[in-house]
Design a protein around this ligand. Structure first.
Ligand SMILES: Nc1ncnc2c1ncn2[C@@H]1O[C@H](COP(=O)(O)OP(=O)(O)OP(=O)(O)O)[C@@H](O)[C@H]1O
Ligand SMILES: [Mg+2]
Length: 350
């Protein structure tokens, strides 16, 4: 007992949203203390890390030959173990700097949000990587559960709530009731797939090669999932390489062209939401008709996606106030009472 109290005094609890696009760290009693792109720049062929986070993202596609900027997470799971470990180590170290000295002596308890569709082997890989990166006790929670808690859905009530979290690599659709998942769908499609669809369409339509960062800028600035007024007249210049002349070129891309380019991944997301709804027991479906669907994650900010999902399902759709922080905030709320929540959410936390 005394040992437990001492350990609590010295250690500190951390919640991590280990996302494909962004990694966020929540520190108990402090809130979100770090939010950085999941990117690492390293000297090629060595383990030497040059930059992590935003500074490394700025280097993507622009590095000299001996330095490589990479995103070590793909589809919500670890694609490169060493680099993810280096990234986590860096973020945990940065977060610990905000603690008083006596709290840095013991490894922090860490709650990590992971996609609900990952395999046992992928779960183990997250645990091992976090362990090597300096975490103490490690708990994993399903990302849609953390997201639902983070946006304030009443997940422990005997009523159905639906969350759709659209990230960079995954879309998580889940219906929750009484602290458990009633039905879910985890899709390896998200913002990255949208960016790839834009790259392909720009190549096909204009013989212009653009990088994923340019595609992401186009998506955020003028992309949409639903026809907008005057979409023929809303445009942005895409800069890249002419694939025939091999010279730099800039082409005017309209919002309509982007909406058409995004239709594939958007349709996949809408279909996943629809089929999750169709699998709900009648009582829960009735709850959802009344309470609607909550959207979170960065991808949910795509213009008109709420309307597109609402049209397809016939349900009211709401966008979270703080979509990029939903999962991290959820880990924070759960951390406030990790032991009790772990019991209550036996399905979701392990
Ligand atoms: N305004 C916007 N419109 C459309 N997409 C956006 C917007 N802002 C951010 N995004 C996209 O959101 C995605 C990142 O969202 P988020 O941080 O929730 O993902 P993640 O949690 O890292 O990924 P995952 O949960 O799949 O592992 C990126 O693909 C980004 O391009
Ligand atoms: Mg996410």
């Amino acid at each position: 007992m005394l040992l437990q109290k001492l350990a609590r005094f010295f250690s500190s609890d951390i919640g991590i949203d280990l996302g494909t696009a962004n990694c966020l760290v929540y520190m108990k009693d402090k809130g979100i203390v770090l939010s950085e792109p999941s990117v690492v720049a390293r000297v090629e062929g060595t383990k030497e890390v040059v930059e992590v986070g935003l500074a490394a993202k700025r280097m993507l596609g622009r590095t000299p030959k001996n330095i490589k900027a990479v995103r070590p997470m793909k589809y919500g799971v670890i694609a490169d173990f060493d680099i993810t470990e280096a990234m986590l180590k860096h973020f945990i170290r940065e977060a610990k700097k905000m603690l008083p000295m006596h709290k840095t002596l013991i490894r922090p308890r860490v709650l990590i949000a992971v996609p609900s569709g990952i395999t046992p082997v992928e779960r183990r890989a997250v645990q091992d990587t976090a362990d090597r990166a300096g975490a103490g006790d490690i708990f994993l929670i399903d990302e849609p559960v953390a997201s639902a808690v983070g946006v304030g859905l009443p997940v422990s009530d005997p009523t159905g709530s639906m969350i759709v979290d659209i990230g960079g690599g995954t879309t998580e659709v889940a219906v929750l009731s009484l602290s458990g998942i009633v039905t879910k769908h985890s899709l390896r499609i998200g913002g990255d797939e949208m960016d790839a669809a834009i790259c392909q369409a720009v190549k096909r339509n204009h013989n212009l090669g653009i990088g994923p960062r340019m595609a992401e800028d186009l998506k955020i600035e003028i992309g949409s999932a639903y026809p907008q007024e005057n979409e023929d007249r809303i445009y942005m210049d895409a800069k890249g390489f002419d694939l025939i002349s091999k010279r730099p070129k800039s082409v005017r891309i309209t919002a309509k062209e982007l909406r058409i380019a995004l239709n594939g991944p958007v349709t996949n997301i809408v279909e996943a939401v629809n089929s999750t709804f169709e699998q709900c027991p009648e009582e829960i479906a009735g709850d959802l008709l009344e309470r609607g669907i909550m959207l979170a994650g960065g991808g949910s900010m795509l213009r008109g996606l709420d309307r597109r999902i609402s049209d397809a399902t016939g349900l009211p759709v709401f966008l979270a106030d703080d979509p990029l922080h939903a999962v991290a905030n959820g880990t924070g709320i759960i951390l406030q009472d990790v032991d009790r929540m772990a019991k209550a959410m036996a399905l979701a936390v392990e």
